[in-house]
Unconditional design. Structure first.
Length: 258
């Protein structure tokens, strides 16, 4: 997952524009959170390209995690883990312009090995359960600080709900500032492996975290700290798994005329 969603907005605009009719019947919508690919199938081709272009802009141009040769012919970035991942994008529509402002992929372990298991092979004592999921390419980019935070929470929401549906825990490789941010918003996690330099992430220090969705949901229901940051965005999320159209506060909006 790295530390790409809670960074301060960069000077470089890394959010790619795209042509989309998704907002035509939702005049009050500002954001769309959608599933663009599942293992073996791209479900929304144009939005999938925009999501991968956002990834390339952040990982190649902004953070220098990947070399320029990693950018593919359509402007996007992919790796072997995409074939076994459910992928999401957040689109923003303002002033007749649609842009990709957030991305997330949830890698399915099934009978294979998660990237995190390979990165922390020496530290992990046993193989992770087959229903495990790894969150990565988790990016939110916006020039407004509050909007960026809401995009991040929208991505956290779909990750938690997917893991709940699949009855698996979420694993993530993150830098310390991101782990600290999770603590600040009350998102509980277990530290499985302490930080160490990861060559795949430009030798930045990363740690391995585990999130237990059922534990998070149980805490949300009883802990007042979640009232503003998480609970408000999970109260009706079970109706749509965190997907669909949202206003500028990341609350659901209805189709025009309803």
């Amino acid at each position: 997952m790295e530390n790409q969603e809670f960074k301060q907005p960069p000077v470089l605009d890394v959010t790619p524009p795209l042509e989309s009719h998704l907002f035509d019947d939702y005049e009050q919508a500002v954001f769309w959170v959608g599933k663009v690919a599942v293992p073996g199938c791209v479900t929304c081709p144009d939005e999938y390209i925009a999501q991968r272009q956002l990834r390339a802009n952040v990982y190649i141009e902004e953070c220098n995690f990947l070399p320029p040769t990693a950018r593919q012919a359509d402007g996007g970035e992919s790796d072997a883990s995409d074939a076994n991942a459910t992928q999401y994008v957040v689109l923003e529509h303002r002033n007749q312009l649609t842009k990709a402002v957030g991305s997330l992929r949830m890698i399915h372990k099934q009978q294979g090995t998660l990237p995190a298991e390979e990165l922390f092979a020496d530290e992990l004592k046993q193989e992770l359960p087959s229903q495990s999921l790894e969150a990565s390419r988790f990016i939110a980019r916006h020039n407004e600080k509050m909007a960026q935070a809401l995009i991040s929470i929208g991505l956290v929401r779909v990750a938690i709900l997917q893991a709940l549906n699949e009855q698996g825990d979420i694993y993530a490789v993150v830098e310390e500032p991101l782990a600290r941010r999770f603590s600040q918003i009350g998102l509980e996690y277990d530290l499985l492996c302490p930080g160490k330099p990861i060559s795949e992430y430009n030798n930045t220090n990363n740690m391995l975290l585990r999130f237990r969705p059922d534990q998070i949901m149980a805490t949300v229901k009883k802990d007042y700290r979640y009232d503003r940051m998480i609970t408000a965005y999970l109260d009706i999320a079970h109706l749509n798994n965190g997907l669909g159209y949202y206003d500028k506060t990341m609350r659901n909006v209805a189709r025009k005329g309803r």
